[in-house]
Design a protein around this ligand. Structure first.
Ligand code: KG4
Ligand code: ZN
Length: 355
């Protein structure tokens, strides 16, 4: 079976074709076109601009995916598309295109929740076993769920304010880095001392599965202001604090700041994920979302959880290209969530959630 997936929930325009055999699901093509360079100029995503770019790219991206998979649209068995959550203008581009293709070529249409889609990146080439804990860590989400079967899950908890990726992005912005800041923080952190600057681990001992990252962000901002701001002028321009860090001629400070921030956030994520595994007697954990590309998160998870579960493969983390937004995860989901919908009835839903 071959499924074509379409993803346009944020600033990516993505199309992928996946095929299954008796054992697993394989990627035949995975095309991602991003307007991130354009958005970088403005310091963030402007929804209207993102949607206009997606409108330009959607057809060429689908054509490239078919070409790379050496496949004609007639050979596709079903079309999967992100229904939500996301930016409404962006979602509409993917949803309306998928509906049109499904109607014209008479293909089944399967709507996918983008958040569930992220988890299914772990089912490409692998078969995690139920029950398993899902940890979603992205720019908009930080959630823990318990999966008992395909399409069956219980929401355990999530962030009460900022998502972990958002915390990284906002702190990076203070240091003068453009979106997405997470990878830049993570790269600089490699040469830093994570113990140099004490930062809070919010809710680490709260004995539930909720998170809070806005206090960590505020503590980081205050730290940078206190330690590195030498002039008295008001902090009005983004990146001014970072300029003073870099002007301090000690880039080690910057690496130490990044390492301290990264470790503070990751320690909370790992402690709660480990608690969820233990409390729900899950043997495996599937990690998903852009922050799942973070190497230190992977290391800490392996160190903390694997040791408690003998040597079996217990932690699933997709390769970085499948952690951030992509259409392969949307197509992969549709192999398991076969809820076909009448194309005329499908509507984009920017407010879909996990809870
Ligand atoms: O899943 P995603 O592509 O988009 C959302 O649905 O949000 O995640 C993007 C987020 C951004 O906050 C970005 O900074 C973060 O993932 N991110 C990382 C890394 N790569 C991406 N954060 C930390 N370390 C990374 N290596
Ligand atoms: Zn996403």
């Amino acid at each position: 079976m071959k499924i074509l997936g379409i993803e346009t929930s944020c600033d990516e325009t993505a199309c992928a074709i996946l095929q299954n055999d008796n054992k697993s699901i394989q990627i035949l093509s995975n095309i991602i076109s991003s307007s991130a360079n354009l958005q970088e100029k403005y310091g963030g995503i402007i929804p209207e601009k993102a949607a206009r770019e997606q409108l330009k790219f959607i057809i060429p991206v689908i054509e490239s995916a078919l070409k790379q998979a050496d496949c004609k649209i007639g050979q596709i068995d079903a079309i999967a598309v992100t229904q939500g959550p996301g930016l409404i203008g962006s979602l509409l581009v993917g949803v309306e295109t998928a509906k049109t293709l499904a109607l014209v070529f008479k293909k089944p249409l399967i709507p996918i929740n983008h958040l569930i889609g992220h988890f299914y990146a772990n089912w490409i080439g692998h078969t995690p076993k139920f029950p398993c804990i899902g940890l979603l860590v992205s720019g908009g989400h930080t959630d823990l769920v318990l999966f008992t079967d395909h399409g069956k899950y219980k929401y355990l908890g999530g962030t009460r304010d900022d998502a972990v990726g958002e915390c990284f992005d906002k702190c990076a912005r203070l240091l003068g880095f453009s979106y997405p800041g997470g990878p830049k923080i993570s790269k600089l952190a490699q040469n830093g001392n994570p113990k140099k600057f004490p930062l809070p681990r919010p809710m680490i001992d709260s004995n539930n599965f909720d998170f809070s990252f806005s206090g960590l962000k505020t503590a980081f901002i205050n730290l940078v202001e206190e330690k590195f701001r030498t002039s008295k002028k008001a902090h009005t321009d983004i990146g001014s604090s970072w300029k003073e860090v870099s002007d301090s001629k000690n880039n080690q400070d910057l690496a130490d700041l990044c390492a301290s921030l990264e470790t503070a956030a990751i320690e909370v994520l790992v402690k709660k994920a480990a608690l969820a595994v233990l409390r729900h007697k899950a043997n495996q954990i599937v990690v998903a979302g852009g922050v799942a590309a973070n190497q230190k998160l992977a290391e800490f998870l392996v160190k903390t959880i694997k040791t408690k579960n003998s040597s079996r493969e217990v932690i699933f983390i997709p390769p970085p290209i499948l952690c951030t937004d992509n259409a392969a995860m949307i197509a992969a989901s549709a192999f398991f969530i076969k809820k076909e919908i009448n194309p005329l009835k499908l509507q984009a839903n920017p407010n879909l959630s996990l809870s």
